[in-house]
Design a protein around this ligand. Structure first.
Ligand code: ADP
Length: 688
């Protein structure tokens, strides 16, 4: 068809040239124009070189819903955008695939044949040609004139048909280009903005692109990354071989997933989960797409959970071990008490047997009491209920007394291979400090008991020193015993922890002593630690502040201590309903030269004081729990009538409330049972 036009006459030759130029320009416009509207405008301009384009439109056909869209519409009258195609002239062109030139008479003919119905404003002449791309009709181009039927000729129709083909191709290409562009932008945006830190690398691991999340996570700017080797920027040195292997495997086609560690620009490391996927983008080019997720927090939570789980399991294990232990620790002395109490009742006992059995019972009772004390002590210490009572304390005196007590203990054990040493000459001057002497003694007792328990041969040495820089006293208890393995040196200060927690362990104990000692040292203002060599021996150290009294006060107290208070000739009334307790008190007091009176309840106590008219009784030791009239009532009465008689309460309820209650009732002092002889004598001396 085009040949017939292009080969006509001379005028045709000029036309032919113009047409060719237009065809070429339209073809180039696909590349030269920026978008579809721009292309359309160029088409219009080019076409205007060949024919009248006053009323020009381009309609793209959509077979799926039989509609046209009008990406270009330049018409003086009609304005369509998206319209149904139905039986319009435009659709007729699409359907037939041929260009037509229609004047009103031709139109009527078509209407009669029911090929078209009237749409739009009547035109004098209408011309349309199909737009074709790759054997597919994608729409049509239409031109019309509302005024002059000669605006277009058959030649124009042929030219339009020829140009329309080029226009079809151009539009199709532009459309595809735009679709591709949209798709590209879409994926680019997706890549840039996904919250996962993503990086694209080319062989051999050079970064070609990174997204926002990646730069944010690692703290680099994109320009600091592009073109560089990723492995050299974010991989900690020790993991470089691993990273190289990941890169190599990925470029060989393997997808890799793992959890590892990477470092930020500032050198800080973070735990990441890493997914690396290879993409073959052309037969000889593979890229590597890696996603990094920061899992540091997740890992931290995981670790905490594991520790919590281990702790819970450990606590459970310790609880069981503790109960087993406790059962053993209670049963052993209980067995002895029950057994020897029974033996005591047999008639053919020698006095030596008796003394021996009584001693065993007493010792077993002592250890039971110690156990209960320990448990209560620890519970109170852990709940912050233990209050430190500072008193002037002569440290040498305390150490001497401990030396005597423990020497006796060792000789009772009849262990000739163990020697107890107290190096009293380390500090040659008197050391009197302000501390809680009961608690200090308790710590030393715990450490000495342990040292003796865990040492079979050699020696246990203890003493103290002054550390001037810390202004502290440093106490030590050294032994040549079994020692402590390095991994246990910390934990033995935790409650219920023992080096050997097994049922078959050789040494008795509950694992409370060191926990109590640690709490106590800290309460006293110091710290405790151990140095030890397994199978060679241990040295426990603890400090307490070297707190001295102001000079005058200390001199006064020293004088007081030195002054031998004599209790002989004193009249002391013991109000106590329990016979054994009474015997015990009576024995202690008698040994101190006291005349003892006894009342079995509050009523009797009042009676006795009255009977002596308050003059002869120097002091009352008042049990609180007594029948008929209790200790509070009796005390209140006595203090009211005879305020000068000191009353010391003694009760089995060792609590702060109890103490306050006693003091409120009028008592001058308060002692908790079981009474320590020293405490008792001290209090009596103070009151008298
Ligand atoms: P217990 O002695 O009742 O078991 P402790 O809390 O006093 O409890 O001590 C805890 C553990 O520390 C002991 O079971 C023992 O394993 C270890 N230990 C304490 N003192 C010594 C020591 N002098 N030599 C060796 N091991 C010791």
């Amino acid at each position: 068809m085009s040949d017939s036009i292009l080969n006509a006459d001379d005028t045709s030759l000029m036309l032919q040239e113009r047409v060719l130029r237009v065809l070429l320009n339209i073809s180039n416009a696909t590349i030269a124009t920026k978008d579809l509207p721009d292309l359309m405008e160029t088409i219009r301009k080019e076409l205007s070189r060949l024919m009248d384009v006053t009323n020009l439109y381009i309609a793209l056909y959509h077979p799926e819903d039989d509609t046209f869209t009008m990406p270009y519409f330049n018409d003086l009258k009609d304005h369509f955008e998206k319209v149904p195609a139905r039986k319009t002239l435009s659709k007729y062109v699409v359907k037939t695939g041929k260009a037509i030139l229609v004047r009103p008479s031709d139109f009527e003919e078509l209407v009669k044949k029911d090929e078209v119905t009237l749409v739009g404003t009547d035109s004098k002449v209408w011309m349309g040609a199909p737009l074709q791309a790759n054997d597919r009709i994608i729409g049509m181009i239409g031109l019309q004139s509302y005024t002059d039927e000669n605006t277009y000729s058959d030649t124009d129709k042929n030219v339009l048909e020829l140009v329309a083909h080029q226009i079809g191709l151009a539009i199709d290409r532009k459309q595809k280009e735009e679709e591709l562009e949209v798709e590209k932008t879409y994926f680019e945006q997706l890549f840039r903005n996904v919250p996962e830190a993503t990086v694209i690398q080319e062989y051999p691991g050079l970064i070609t692109d990174v997204n926002v999340a990646f730069t944010r996570l690692f703290g680099f700017k994109p320009q600091e990354l592009i073109g560089k080797s990723l492995d050299e920027l974010i991989v900690p040195e020790e993991l470089i071989p691993e990273a190289y292997s990941i890169t190599r495997r990925t470029f060989e086609g393997e997808a890799v997933e793992l959890e590892t560690v990477r470092k930020k620009k500032n050198g800080k490391t973070l735990e990441v989960s890493l997914t690396v996927t290879p993409f073959r983008i052309s037969p000889d080019k593979t890229i590597m797409y890696a996603i990094y997720r920061d899992i540091s927090k997740k890992k931290e939570v995981e670790r905490k959970l594991v520790t919590a789980k281990e702790k819970a399991e450990e606590a459970d294990r310790l609880k069981t071990a503790f109960l087993t232990n406790m059962s053993h620790e209670i049963r052993t002395p209980m067995n002895a008490i029950m057994g020897f109490a029974q033996l005591l009742s047999s008639e053919d006992l020698t006095p030596e047997n008796k003394t021996e059995y009584v001693n065993i019972i007493k010792n077993s009772g002592d250890s039971l009491l110690r156990l209960i004390d320990d448990i209560l002590d620890l519970a109170k210490l852990e709940s912050g209920q233990v209050v430190i009572r500072e008193e002037t304390t002569d440290v040498h005196e305390m150490m001497e007394s401990l030396f005597l007590t423990f020497s006796r203990l060792i000789s009772e054990k009849q262990n000739a291979e163990l020697e107890l040493r107290y190096d009293k000459h380390k500090i040659n001057h008197p050391v009197t400090i302000l501390t809680d002497p009961i608690r200090l003694r308790q710590i030393l007792t715990n450490l000495l008991s342990n040292a003796i328990k865990f040492t079979h041969t050699g020696y246990v040495e203890f003493g103290f020193n002054i550390s001037e820089p810390d202004n502290a006293l440093v106490f030590y208890v050294k032994d040549t015993g079994i020692g402590i393995p390095p991994d246990k040196m910390e934990i033995i200060f935790n409650r219920f922890q023992q080096v050997d927690n097994s049922k078959t362990r050789l040494y008795p104990g509950t694992g409370l002593g060191l926990a109590i000692s640690k709490h106590l040292t800290e309460l006293l203002g110091g710290r405790i630690w151990v140095e030890s060599e397994f199978n060679k021996g241990s040295a426990f150290y603890f400090t307490i502040p070297y707190k001295v009294l102001p000079n005058e006060e200390s001199a006064e107290i020293n004088n007081l201590n030195k002054e031998k208070l004599n209790l002989s000739g004193k009249n002391i009334l013991i109000a106590e309903d329990d016979e054994y307790n009474y015997f015990y008190l009576r024995e202690i007091l008698r040994q101190a030269g006291v005349n003892v009176f006894h009342a079995v309840n509050g009523r009797e106590a009042i009676h006795l004081v009255k009977e002596k008219n308050g003059k002869e009784i120097d002091l009352v030791l008042m049990d609180i729990e007594m029948p008929e009239v209790n200790g509070y009532e009796a005390t209140a009465f006595i203090k009211n009538e005879y305020p000068r008689i000191p009353v010391i309460a003694q009760t089995a309820y060792a609590s702060m409330e109890e103490k306050v209650k006693c003091l409120k009732a009028g008592c001058d002092a308060y002692l908790a049972k079981p009474l320590q002889i020293n405490d008792l004598i001290d209090e009596i001396r103070k009151c008298l």
